[in-house]
Design a binder for this molecule. Structure first.
Ligand code: 5AD
Length: 341
């Protein structure tokens, strides 16, 4: 652990050893991550408005509630006006970043998304736009970038090839996913990646491989959250991932990437408010309240009982400010760009 603190990096074997022996260093890890987060973010929490633009998806990931073959999903695709209305509402509330997230929906044409990106920039040219719409080709990503998209989230899910194909059907390509991540960096997107903690078949060695991969990628954002089983998926009866392990890994990521934007994710909040608060206290500097039109929110169920009302909802921003305020944190409404200074 001392070596990690000094060099901000470890080898795969060292990461594996650290994770296996985490109980012996837990207090030091929490304390160090907390000090680093305070130093770089000064107890400020950035907020992003999350708009779930479509739950249609051509992929069939074994873990995901909106996988193509789940027949029990009420499929929707927000219209351009619904998305822009959400952005207008959020802009009035003071949000300066929106995350447009959706399944890999062929019904959403590249031109549509480009048009939406441009329109958001006319509502407020200062708004940062983050896309989270799955794997796209270089030329398409380039068009998004030129239209004004600033950031892109694409979790690698797992670096280990065997594990990747335990989570995804053979028709999907891990090579392609990793290529897209490199393309995003090439195109100058602030790029986010990450994993689910405790996904079926995941070993400690796999997590160590993920950490080494993230060191190579040098993402500007890292999103991790516990796996939660989703109804109507092959993994519906599997156990959820550990919230303790999630917070431990958030701390390790904070030490590895002091300036990265790291959210306390919805899946963590869904399993435990207490551990969500610990994530904020030790390592996370971002929160993403849900801004999807309320009549669609329940249909975007990546997993069971997703938290999307109460403080998970953008319309309750004041409550979020109060809650984080009581923990000693200030919710700030700036764009919260990655600053490599
Ligand atoms: N549990 C937790 N996270 C999930 N995701 C998808 N399905 C689940 C699940 N059942 C995560 C994936 C994806 C992100 C948008 O949501 O990591 O990249």
């Amino acid at each position: 652990f001392d070596k990690l603190l000094k060099t901000r990096s470890l080898s795969k074997n060292e990461f594996e050893f650290l994770i296996l022996n985490r109980d012996f260093v837990l207090d030091d890890v929490y304390r160090s991550a907390k000090a680093i987060t305070k130093k770089f973010f000064n107890k400020e929490i950035y907020v992003r408005g999350l708009i779930e633009i479509s739950n249609c998806c051509k992929n069939d990931c074994y873990y995901c509630g909106i996988r193509a073959s789940n027949k029990n999903v009420n499929r929707y695709r927000l219209s351009k006006e619904e998305i822009l209305d959400s952005v207008r509402l959020g802009t009035e509330l003071g949000f300066k970043t929106f995350v447009l997230q959706g399944g890999e929906d062929g019904g959403f044409k590249d031109e549509d998304l480009i048009d939406i990106i441009k329109n958001i920039k006319t509502i407020n040219p200062q708004t940062a736009i983050t896309l989270s719409v799955g794997e796209k080709e270089f030329d398409v990503l380039k068009m998004y970038r030129e239209a004004g998209a600033d950031r892109f989230l694409l979790r690698h899910e797992t670096k280990n090839r065997e594990h990747y194909y335990k989570l995804h059907p053979k028709s999907m390509s891990q090579e392609h996913r990793l290529k897209v991540l490199r393309d995003l960096k090439t195109l100058g997107f602030q790029t986010g990646s990450g994993i689910m903690v405790g996904s079926p078949g995941q070993t400690i060695e796999n997590i160590a491989e993920d950490l080494v991969f993230l060191l190579e990628l040098q993402p500007e954002m890292v999103g991790i959250g516990p796996f939660i089983p989703a109804q109507g998926t092959p993994f519906e009866n599997e156990a959820s991932g550990s919230v303790e392990m999630t917070v431990f890994l958030l701390c390790i990521l904070r030490i590895m990437f002091p300036k990265a934007n790291i959210p306390a994710t919805t899946s963590l909040a869904t399993l435990s408010k207490e551990w969500r608060d610990k994530a904020i206290e030790y390592a996370a500097n971002v929160y993403m309240p849900n801004m999807t039109p309320t009549y669609r929110r329940m249909d975007y169920s990546l997993y069971k009982d997703k938290a999307c009302f109460k403080i998970e909802a953008a319309e309750n921003l004041e409550e979020l400010k109060k809650l984080f305020g009581s923990l000693g944190y200030r919710v700030v409404m700036s764009r919260g760009d990655f600053k490599d200074v």
